[in-house]
Design a protein around this ligand. Structure first.
Ligand code: SF4
Length: 414
């Protein structure tokens, strides 16, 4: 019986993987389609050049670190015309988690709590030393710090050990339903507290657009490639305010190279037509209203707060904290960890690190003099070099070129 069940599960999994591979190849390996899309992109870019002049740069911001990965890994920057500038945005939760919370987690680890953390947060360096330690990885020999891949894993381990523990709950809207579901179902043991550091993405996008608007010397952001994964939960409607208030096109994009190229094409098409709409390219996963059930459980477990973003400061209504009814498992309410308040926030990037400018689309990783000199993936100095969603870490690993360069040469673009 068990073996029958295992066989059926195995075959379901293998069918699922076949479908995933098929979708992946359709959006990754179709050179003919790439060539058609690129020709259209060239056409629109030419029209824009005629309308705005040769020097005008059309800055398109990809909010999400995974889009930055796709763009850099597949060399998409070298494929698009020179008047299109693709810039990274603030979509890396590890990059924007304030140093203060990691410092608090280090204190807790040294005071005998077990700390559960994701692998990238584990390597994140603080600006201030805590009793001689600068990261959770440093403290591992003197404290109990465990790397987990999910909240469920932390729950299971805390139940087994019975030890007083804290889970560092970082992430964007995508992870919040998983946290909320466990909280509401009451499966989090009281010996495990959650330090909820979940951040909401649209407020960061509004802030980024505002500050780039305030500085007329910067080329303005003319279009946004919005995060597909986040939008599976929030729905595309969460981004409509960007196109409505800032008058620029927004495309909710998938993560394969052809998804990103199609999104760039849609933005250029709208710019040529003088439109500013929010459009879903990632139709295989995202709807206009999103996952309403997930939104409900998130609202039941969490309240929205003004929250601090590393190197940037407090952004209105940009974070989630547990509701009062769950205070027994809230690290901020129960074990004396003070939440960060605007009057306590201090600039928290290490000297010379330009991570905040990188996440706000004002600088490229290579503009930082420390890039690949002092700050490298094996020895990250600033937060954007830690996670694979951080622009500096992505640029350090993949640079540019690759398959895209070959296609660009085939098409006579280089
Ligand atoms: S290369 Fe390192 S130091 Fe420079 S901006 Fe990126 S993370 Fe900061």
């Amino acid at each position: 019986m068990v073996s029958e069940m295992q066989n059926s599960e195995h075959s379901e999994l293998s069918n699922f993987l076949k479908v995933v591979n098929k979708i992946e190849s359709a959006f990754r390996e179709n050179r003919e389609l790439v060539s058609i899309i690129l020709k259209k992109i060239m056409e629109y870019s030419k029209k824009l050049e005629e309308a705005y002049g040769k020097e005008f740069k059309f800055k398109i911001m990809n909010f999400c670190g995974t889009h930055e990965w796709t763009i850099t890994h597949f060399g998409i920057r070298s494929l698009v015309p020179k008047n299109i500038e693709l810039v990274a945005g603030p979509g890396c939760p590890v990059c924007v988690t304030p140093s203060y919370f990691i410092e608090e987690a280090i204190k807790l680890a040294l005071d005998g709590f077990t700390i559960y953390t994701y692998g990238d947060t584990y390597r994140l360096r603080t600006v201030n030393s805590v009793r001689g330690y600068n990261s959770l990885s440093d403290v591992r020999s003197d404290g109990d710090v465990k790397i987990v891949t999910s909240f469920a894993e932390a729950i299971a381990d805390a139940r087994r050990s019975g030890r007083e523990s804290v889970f560092i709950g970082i992430g964007f809207e995508t992870v919040a339903p998983g946290y909320a579901s466990a909280i509401i179902r009451g499966i989090v043991p009281e010996n495990l507290k959650i330090m909820s550091l979940v951040k909401l993405t649209p407020p960061a996008m509004f802030y980024t657009l505002e500050i780039l608007r305030e500085k007329p010397t910067e080329p303005p952001v003319m279009g946004v490639i919005a995060p597909g994964h986040v939008s599976t939960i929030t729905g595309a409607k969460a981004w409509a305010v960007v196109s409505e208030n800032y008058g620029i096109p927004v495309v909710i994009s998938g993560f394969e190279p052809i998804d990103v190229l199609l999104s760039i094409l849609e933005i250029l098409k709208q710019l040529v037509k003088g439109e500013a709409k929010t459009v879903i390219e990632y139709k295989r996963a995202v709807t206009w209203h999103g996952d309403v059930r997930a939104q409900r459980i998130v609202a039941k477990a969490f309240r929205v707060v003004d929250d601090a973003w590393r190197g940037i400061g407090f952004l209105p209504e940009s974070g989630l904290r547990l509701r009062e009814e769950y205070r027994k498992i809230d690290a901020f309410a129960e074990i004396g960890v003070e939440d960060l308040k605007p009057d306590k926030w201090v600039y928290d990037l290490p000297p010379g690190c330009r991570c905040a400018e990188v996440t706000l689309g004002k600088a490229k990783p290579t503009d930082c003099p420390l890039f690949m000199r002092i700050c490298t993936p094996s020895k990250p100095y600033g937060p954007c070099m830690v996670s694979l969603e951080g622009a500096c870490a992505i640029w350090a690993r993949f640079g540019s070129g690759g398959l895209a360069d070959e296609i660009a040469k085939d098409l006579g673009l280089q």
